[in-house]
Every structure is written in C-alpha cells, then in structure tokens.
Design a protein around this ligand. Structure first.
Ligand code: SAH
Length: 348
C-alpha cells in the first residue's frame, strides 16, 4: 500500500497509470496534498467522487492530529504536539522572525543518539518518520496559523541523517514547485555528526545548510556529552564539513551548547577557534536548556559573553541563539516527554 503523500510526481504518475487514471489526475492529487494541504481525499472536490472513494478505500492518507499547542507569552513562539496514525507523539515548533516564519520539525519518534543533555533521547528510538509525516508537521502548522512558512529547520526530536532516505524525499517534496516550494537555502538540517551520511549529503549537492552539533572541541570532552563521538573523531567531522563546503559552497553552521563548568572556559573557546578557524563557517552558541532528568546547568551570562568575544577576536562568525519559548518547554523533547508522563498517570 502506497503512502501517497510520500511519493514524488513521477511515482504518483506510475501508480495512477496502474489504476487506469490519467496523468492530470495525478497532478491534481499532488497539488491537493502538497499545495492546498488537504486533510483527506474527501476534500479534493475536483476529483470525481468515484476516484475519491477508490483512493479512500485503497490508500492510507497520513495527517497529524493536534494534541496540544502552547504559545509563549514572551515571544509568540508556539510549540505543537501532534499525534500520528499509530498514536506516536511528535513535537514541532513555530517561530516568528522579522524575515518570516520558521518551523522546527522532528525527524524521528524518539532518538537513539543518546546525547547526555537532550530530553529526546531518554526513551530511545521508537521509529523513524515517513516523508509525509515530516511534511504533515509543516502543513498542519500552516493551516493552524494561516501563515506561510518560509524557513524549515530539521532540529526537533531525532537524528535526521539516521533517517536518510526519508529525509531526502521530504526535502524533495518540500522544495518542489508543485508543493510549498520552500527554497533549499531556507532549510537547515542539523546532525550530531554521522560522517558517512554527511558526505553522502554533500554529494547530493543541495543548497541546504548543514548544521553540525559539535558542543566540544576535544574528542575527550565530546565523548562525555555525545556517545556518537566514540564512532567518529572530531578530525573526521571537520574533514566531512570541509567536503560539504567544497561540494555545495554552503557555509557550515556549528552548534555549540554551552554547559556550565563543562565546555565554557576561555581555553575551550581557544580550542574551538583553532578547530574551525580554517573553515567557512558560523557558530551558533546555545545556552544549554536544563532538563529535569539531568543535572547540566547553563553557563553564567558573563561566561557566555566572554566565550563569544574570544571567538570574535579570532575572526569567527558567531551568534548566541535567542532563547525562544523559554516559558513553554522550549528544549527538545520536553513537551512530548511531559505529555507521555501525564498519559501514563491517567492510564494507571
Ligand atoms: N540530532 C540532531 C538534531 C536534533 S537536536 C542533532 O544532534 O543536531 C537539535 C539541536 O539541539 C542539537 O544541536 C542538539 O545538540 C541541541 N540540544 C539538544 N538538547 C539540548 C538542550 N537541552 N539544550 C540545548 N541544546 C540542546
């Protein structure tokens, strides 16, 4: 059984040919799914009723159900919790910026990367999301806000490069001119650093931004925060980043979560400068968002500022990530975890 919303135009044409339907019908269906953001076949009123009924009988149609929405009183950031067909929960974030609206989506239900400071990984990986389920988060938010999404970041729950094929199809459909037609340059994919997949992505020669969650400048420190550092050394990561730039011309973003007393000293800033100094890159400093299951604390404001200054003095492009939605469980995976905990309480 085909998940119609994950098929590209060519595949959809083939399925429709097999059903004895004309190609223009396939195009109509595609536009209903990806442009008009229909929530079911029954909404597709310019398709003959008999075809709508046939589609409903023969094919599942993914769409997400809104379970909860929290809006920040501080900055208007919204956090959405969605339920998928199999009752899995995913969360997405909607942020309003001067230059447009940005959505942060999840790529998996849970995560198996095990980063020490991250709430999304605590229950492990449940499953990867289908291309349609990644799109549905954006489509549902577009319908709910009534506003166009211009930027997409794949930075929610999950490791996108651990769901490589589906991620790529998602990107193809999201940027397609018969869909939302979001520019590749307005899309960022964040990875904890799976080297072979980073290189593979570079070879696709897309114009998307690759963000690498670095968080430490020595292997020893990185291993304490991120188990994936046992698989790939920082030196290999840097080579993969240089390769990505070579292949795509796109500047790499490094994410660096500042954890009080762990990776925020002037020495850390110096090592980080040496490490990335030769690359065309940008560093995003993220004051770590403490989660209740772990005892990591945020760096002091002064430490954060002097860390930033030191990088700037070394000629590195750096920004401190604005903390959006502090009042609404902004940190990755927190809303989903809380909802699951409350549901368990109700169940027992
Ligand atoms: N798996 C991907 C994308 C999801 S995480 C990755 O690792 O990049 C998105 C970003 O949020 C990563 O940089 C991640 O390290 C960071 N992050 C996770 N938990 C955080 C927390 N509690 N505080 C600050 N940043 C966090």
């Amino acid at each position: 059984m085909w998940d119609m919303k994950s098929l590209n135009m060519e595949e959809l044409n083939r399925v429709f040919a097999g059903m004895g339907e004309k190609p223009f019908r396939a195009k109509q269906l595609y536009q209903w799914m990806h442009q008009k953001l229909a929530r079911g076949f029954e909404e597709m009123t310019n398709l003959p009723l008999s075809l709508r009924e046939r589609l409903t009988d023969e094919f599942p149609y993914t769409s997400v159900k809104l379970v909860r929405m929290q809006e920040s009183a501080i900055d208007g950031t919204r956090k959405y919790l969605f339920e998928l067909a199999d009752k899995s929960l995913v969360e997405s974030v909607w942020m309003k910026y001067k230059h447009g609206n940005s959505v942060c989506i999840s790529s998996q239900v849970g995560c198996r990367m095990g980063c020490a400071f991250c709430a999304s990984t605590i229950g492990g990986l449940e499953r990867s999301l289908l291309p349609s389920e990644m799109l549905d988060q954006i489509y549902a938010i577009t319908l709910h806000t009534g506003e166009r999404v211009s930027n997409v970041v794949v930075m929610g729950t999950g490791e996108p490069l651990d769901n490589y094929e589906n991620l790529l199809r998602f990107l193809e459909l999201l940027t397609d001119e018969n869909g939302l037609h979001i520019s590749q340059r307005n899309i960022t994919v964040s990875t904890c650093g799976l080297v072979p997949e980073m290189r593979r992505l570079a070879d696709e020669k897309l114009q998307i931004t690759l963000a690498l969650s670095l968080h430490a400048s020595t292997d020893e420190k990185r291993k304490k925060l991120m188990p994936v550092a046992n698989r790939y050394a920082i030196a290999e990561l840097m080579e993969a980043c240089a390769y990505y730039f070579e292949q795509t011309g796109r500047r790499i973003t490094f994410e660096y979560a500042l954890v009080g007393g762990v990776n925020d000293t002037p020495q850390d800033a110096g090592e980080l400068s040496r490490l990335v100094g030769k690359l065309n890159c940008h560093i995003n400093l993220i004051p770590v968002n403490p989660i209740k299951e772990r005892d990591f604390i945020q760096s002091e404001r002064e430490m954060i500022l002097s860390f930033k200054n030191k990088l700037e003095k070394n000629g590195i492009n750096v920004t401190i990530r604005r903390e959006m939605g502090r009042d609404i469980d902004g940190a990755c995976g927190q809303l989903r975890r809380r909802q699951k905990a409350t549901m368990q309480e109700v169940a027992t």
